[in-house]
Design a protein around this ligand. Structure first.
Ligand code: BTN
Length: 246
């Protein structure tokens, strides 16, 4: 086992990603180490957003990876593997979930998990990656502005044991990371694309030109989202260049 071979638990932290990056600067940290906390005072999401999580209710973790075998331009593979690992874990408990590009995990139309992947590059190599995951398990009330949070508890009415969930999640993430180590990139990409929220269905999106109707076709280089517009054009979008219209 790589992911989950070592778990460092802290009662509270500002952010598991920030703390993990600090640890990496100061110490030798073994690959696969999971930094876990019960509460983050400054939990971070994408684009400077914050991440809400009630004390002791959810999984808040960061995983240390040294994916030097992946070229920096292919680093979206890490996002795909982590998204799939979370999806595998959820599917062992609930009947369905999807990945909202680039890496939100959704159940129906609600968000159950967020991923914040931060990598440090050295020359043309990935020096280290901190893969942060916030997975809502037992929280019943969400207070922030986040539009559509959900938890396993809200979905099933059951309460879950966090250490058991973490062990199971780690084992699914480990399998997916090992697919990357084995160079099985096409399989990871194929499964990731097959689980994309709104894949191949006509929906409205918004780009810099305005709202249009189209369907998600695939994921291209650098993890860009490939969308076929209703007018026949095919375009690839980087993060923040495209919005899903609810
Ligand atoms: C997002 O959807 O915007 C990403 C959210 C990522 C949240 C997790 S919680 C554990 C880790 N530490 C952080 O500060 N953020 C990530």
């Amino acid at each position: 086992m790589i992911i989950g071979s070592n778990i460092l638990f802290f009662e509270n932290l500002s952010s598991t990603n920030t703390h993990t990056a600090d640890l990496l600067k100061k110490n030798n940290v073994q690959e696969g180490t999971i930094v876990q906390t019960n509460y983050q005072s400054s939990g971070r999401g994408y684009w400077g957003n914050s991440w809400e999580s009630e004390d002791g209710k959810n999984l808040l973790i960061s995983i240390v990876l040294f994916p030097s075998f992946i070229k920096p331009e292919d680093q979206f593979l890490i996002s795909m593997a982590i998204s799939l690992g979370i999806s595998d874990f959820l599917l062992s408990i609930i009947p369905g979930c999807s990945i909202k590009w680039p890496n939100d995990i959704w159940v129906n139309n609600d968000k159950i998990a967020g991923i914040l992947i931060e990598s440090s590059l050295s020359g043309d190599q990935i020096e280290f990656t901190v893969a942060g995951i916030g997975l809502n398990i037992n929280q019943e009330k969400f207070l922030s502005e986040a539009p559509n949070p959900i938890s396993l508890r809200l979905l099933t009415g059951m309460n879950y044991d966090l250490p058991t969930c973490l062990n199971q999640l780690a084992s699914h993430l480990d399998k997916r990371y090992k697919q990357l180590i084995a160079g099985n990139y096409s399989q990871v990409k194929k499964e990731y694309v097959s689980k994309l929220f709104r894949l191949n269905e006509l929906f409205e999106f918004k780009d810099f030109q305005g709202i249009f109707t189209g369907r998600i076709l695939n994921v291209g280089d650098y993890g860009r989202l490939k969308i076929g517009k209703q007018n026949g054009d095919i375009k690839e979008y980087a993060f923040k260049e495209i919005e899903f219209i609810p």
